[in-house]
Design a protein around this ligand. Structure first.
Ligand code: FAD
Length: 382
């Protein structure tokens, strides 16, 4: 039993920590206020190899593993979650479906630019009529000669409309199984394909420097060869991508929870009230101790889930637990950190206000907390 990072892992963690503090922290507040996508930071993360961390060198990646991606996400989210989710969605939702299920040709065609961070891929599962109930997909794809003709829409899709988005992989109904069940497949739609339109960016509560849009498909034609993986396996493929993604979101949540602790300790040692530093009051100390306990527990949960995944063991339950616990920790720590900052916590000048706005989505995206509990209960045989 060893939860210590190896020398290589620690070196990656420290490199990303330094990048986040030196390059992200000084500028991200302004991007956030302007709701602007930070292309320069994405390019820098690309140059560092972060978009290729869990992908083999054959496709331009770093040849690392999924845990390496999680470490990078945790360190980025300690400083900012918009940048972290851009990386998370770019790798775990954009590139990984192709890496896991693509043909060698598809991988050669799409992955090198995605792993370099020069292009971004997106993952279109959620629809206006179905998020948690993703099987309620209404988007259709009909084979016409050697082309799929796609009709429908998707909502809340991360990284789908940036200047460097190269494709969106979407789920669509491609037929009917015996018994009337839907046959759902995954199809890659290159950005700019006629009939594929993205909305303006949503106005969001948080993650304001990330790109989230609605997608519309109106007789959008793509080659039959853009089918990703097996026909009819699209839903199952996406669910397995979400299992992995939950560990990544847990890591991102731990980063945010840790960022709240970092800021709170610093502030508690500086701010005075009633003649002494607020950190001298037990009420503040206990809040910070609770925050530390939550972040520590959540970190162990995502390390354990990642370890099982990397050993090739079933990890669905552990991933759901990690996502549930870590997103709760992020939300609770953001609330407590904002309280410790008092009125300044409500000002955009300090990062804790941003953490507060960014924390809530962690209990919703890639499966709500209720969905995690459903999964855990199901895996307990209930
Ligand atoms: C900023 C942002 C980025 C996103 N990025 C992506 C992306 O890149 N790709 C993508 O495909 N999706 C993306 N999503 C969508 C996200 O995954 C969904 O919003 C999420 O899964 C919840 O789905 P929903 O919004 O339809 O809520 P609903 O499913 O309508 O849920 C509403 C409420 O009902 C609860 N609920 C639903 N069913 C049950 C049940 N059976 N039992 C108990 N409670 C239940 C839910 O937990 C929730 O509290 C993103 C969302 C946001 C906000």
């Amino acid at each position: 039993m060893d939860f210590e990072l190896s020398t290589e892992q620690e070196s990656l963690r420290a490199t990303v920590e330094q990048f986040a503090h030196k390059e992200v922290a000084p500028v991200i507040g302004e991007y956030y206020e302007r709701c602007e996508f930070p292309y320069d930071l994405v390019a820098k993360m690309g140059a560092m190899g972060l978009f290729g961390l869990p992908i083999s060198e054959e496709y331009g990646g770093m040849g690392g593993d999924y845990f390496a991606l999680c470490l990078a996400l945790e360190e980025l989210a300690r400083v900012d979650s918009s940048v972290a989710i851009t990386l998370e969605a770019g790798v775990s939702l954009g590139a990984m479906p192709i890496y896991r299920f693509g043909t060698p040709e598809q991988k050669r065609k799409w992955l090198p630019a995605l792993t370099a961070g020069e292009k971004l891929g997106a993952f279109g599962l959620t629809e206006p009529g179905g998020g948690s109930d993703a099987g309620a997909t209404r988007t259709t794809a009909r084979l016409d000669g050697d082309e799929w003709v796609i009709n429908g829409s998707k909502c809340f899709i991360t990284n789908s409309g940036t200047d460097i988005t190269s494709l969106v992989t979407v789920t669509a109904i491609t037929g009917e199984r015996e018994g009337g069940k839907k046959e759902i497949s995954a199809i890659m739609v290159p950005a700019g394909t006629p009939g594929f339109r993205v909305s303006e960016k949503y106005s969001k509560v948080g993650w304001n420097a990330s790109d989230t849009r609605e997608l519309f498909f109106d007789d959008c034609r793509v080659p039959a060869a853009n089918l990703l993986g097996e026909r009819g396996r699209g839903y199952a493929q996406f669910l397995s991508i979400l299992d992995e993604g939950r560990i990544a979101i847990a890591a991102l949540s731990v980063g945010l929870a840790q960022g709240c602790i970092d800021e709170s300790i610093r502030y508690a040692k500086e701010r005075e009230a009633f003649g002494q530093k607020i950190g001298a009051y037990q009420a503040i100390q206990f809040k910070i101790a609770d925050m530390e306990a939550r972040a520590h527990t959540a970190r162990l949960a995502y390390y354990a889930a990642a370890a099982k995944m990397l050993r090739g063991e079933p990890f669905k339950k552990e991933a759901a637990i990690a996502k549930l616990v870590a997103s709760n920790a992020a939300m609770d720590n953001a609330r407590d950190a904002t309280q410790i900052f008092g009125g300044y916590g409500f000002m955009n000048e300090y990062p804790v206000g941003r953490f507060y706005r960014d924390a809530k989505i962690l209990e919703i995206g890639e499966g709500t907390s209720e969905v995690q509990k459903m999964l855990i209960a199901r895996l307990l045989g209930l």
